[in-house]
Design a protein around this ligand. Structure first.
Ligand SMILES: Nc1nc2c(ncn2[C@@H]2O[C@H](COP(=O)(O)OP(=O)(O)OP(=O)(O)O)[C@@H](O)[C@H]2O)c(=O)[nH]1
Ligand SMILES: [Mg+2]
Length: 468
């Protein structure tokens, strides 16, 4: 804020003497104060923007309440981010500092998974041949790995260990400590490199959907010296996790691009590039000291939400009726790339099958019989990559039979499957709305969301005419 403007307003303002800067203010104090004021204004502008967008919509009678449903990691939060990016981009961008920390946590988590895979490999190698588990005919249960780690690999592993402390710092920063919400927040366990792989795979930091974690996080970011676009990233703070991360940048790149490590990961069936919050291909940018997340980065960031959707199996209970009372539409997300994966909470259940069953329970629910349901067959990009890299759809979805293992055929099959359930299990006649989506692609997603909103607004108007 220019100083001239500030002193001009001070003159006519009867309260000015209360808010006026202290006479003894030093240059540094003044700079800090002005930055704090500018920061406060930017945040307040962002809030105003959000409120006025809602007011405009309310005036036009265009508020449509949409409830997002789908299994964990289906893309609900990412879809919500797309809505926010469309309607209140300033508010979206005002949260970059928080998302930067989430992305850093995502990076560290990916590295931890690799380090654990290394440790697992070492542990296996250390088991003497005669002590290895065998089948009834005496052959080993898993053939011994021919991958040999070099001293360089082990040095790399040692040098990356400080990242595990960074993870703890980030988790602490992102957790609403003392908020009374901690019980709803699952903390990742303290790092333990010698543990078997899989111990941490299903543990993620999670935030409650009704809790403003970003607000808490931003308040934690004290001593702001550097800021941009309404955000507050303190790059120069000695406890900025970005420091250790950037110091480890080269080693992380070396680890991720090492052919032996890649082979080891594939031997253990770990496909980091298909997981949420994958940034290892952009380390040079993301792990740099002055890293600022782009819109795309924010859409790719992964932070688990605890909230309404967690209660999906109780949806039939009448107690849930109020939730749906004023909901104009349900947006159901099914991550169709998950055809070869199992649920984290139950490894015996195929994730695609789980989505299909959940879809069936939603469309057949009597409470929702009059609600419009829109289906997003999501993560099309990952599905394409998987099919192209040779993963066979029919190996996991037996009923697919010997149809071609390509996008056209699999997507057609899936769409028909979901449509059929919709038709057979809807208690009332209703339209089947279905889109193939990659909700991490903001441009493509916004087209679909605009189209969706138009449809729903039109539909609601039509319904209110009928009622009137
Ligand atoms: N490549 C790709 N990644 C996606 C897509 N949709 C979502 N993701 C990523 O998948 C991860 C999970 O998405 P979320 O939006 O957090 O999933 P969610 O449904 O909110 O999950 P919970 O909060 O656990 O219920 C995030 O890292 C997203 O960026 C997609 O279409 N393509
Ligand atoms: Mg979520």
């Amino acid at each position: 804020m220019p100083i001239a403007a500030l002193s001009a307003s001070t003159k006519d303002d009867p309260l000015a003497h209360i808010t006026a800067p202290p006479v003894s203010e030093t240059d540094a104090d003044r700079r800090a104060r002005l930055e704090a004021e500018a920061e406060a204004k930017r945040i307040s502008d962002a809030i105003d923007e959000e409120i006025s967008a809602e007011e405009r919509a309310a005036k036009k009678g265009q508020i449509v309440k949409i409830l997002l449903l789908g299994q964990s990691e289906s893309g609900k939060s990412t879809t919500l981010k797309n809505f926010q990016l469309m309607h209140s981009p300033k508010a979206f961008r005002a949260e970059r500092a928080s998302w930067r920390a989430v992305i850093q946590l995502n990076v560290v988590r990916s590295i931890r998974i690799i380090l654990e895979a290394l440790a697992e490999h070492q542990a296996q190698q250390n088991v003497p041949v005669h002590a290895r588990p065998t089948t009834a005919n005496g052959s080993p249960v898993t053939p011994p790995s021919d991958i040999r780690l070099t001293p360089d690999h082990l040095k790399l592993k040692m040098r990356l260990t400080p990242l595990l402390q960074v993870e703890e710092v980030l988790i602490k920063k992102l957790s609403p400590a003392g908020s009374g919400e901690t019980e709803a927040t699952q903390l990742a366990a303290a790092a333990n490199l010698t543990g078997p792989l899989g111990r941490y795979k299903d543990k993620e930091l999670a935030v409650n959907s009704s809790f403003a974690w970003k607000g808490v996080f931003n308040r934690l970011m004290t001593n702001t010296r550097d800021s941009f676009e309404g955000d507050a990233i303190d790059y120069d703070s000695s406890d900025d996790p970005g420091r250790v991360i950037s110091a480890c940048c080269e080693d992380m790149i070396r680890l991720w691009t090492d052919p032996t490590i890649r082979r080891l990961l594939s031997e253990q069936a770990i496909r980091l590039e298909d997981m949420g919050g994958f940034f290892l291909d952009s380390l040079e940018r993301v792990a740099s000291l002055r890293y600022t997340p782009s819109d795309d980065d924010i859409l790719r960031a992964r932070l688990k939400t605890l909230g309404v959707t967690e209660y999906r199996f109780n949806i039939k209970e009448a107690a849930w009726a109020p939730y749906f009372d004023d909901v104009n539409a349900i947006l159901f997300l099914a991550p169709i790339s998950a055809f070869d994966q199992a649920l984290a909470e139950d490894p015996a259940v195929n994730r695609l099958e789980d989505s299909v069953l959940l879809w069936k329970s939603i469309v057949s629910n009597a409470l929702l019989s009059k609600t419009n349901i829109v289906l997003f067959l999501n993560k099309v990009d990952i599905l394409r990559q998987k099919l192209e890299s040779g993963v066979k759809f029919a190996d996991h979805i037996v009923s697919y039979g010997n149809r071609p293992n390509d996008m056209e055929s699999t997507s057609h099959y899936l769409r028909r499957k979901f449509a059929q359930i919709h038709k057979e299990h809807s208690t009332k006649d209703r339209t089947f709305y279905c889109h193939f989506t990659t909700v991490t692609d903001p441009k493509a997603t916004q087209h679909i969301l605009i189209d969706l909103q138009d449809t729903l607004v039109r539909k609601n108007l039509a319904q209110s005419h009928l009622v009137a």
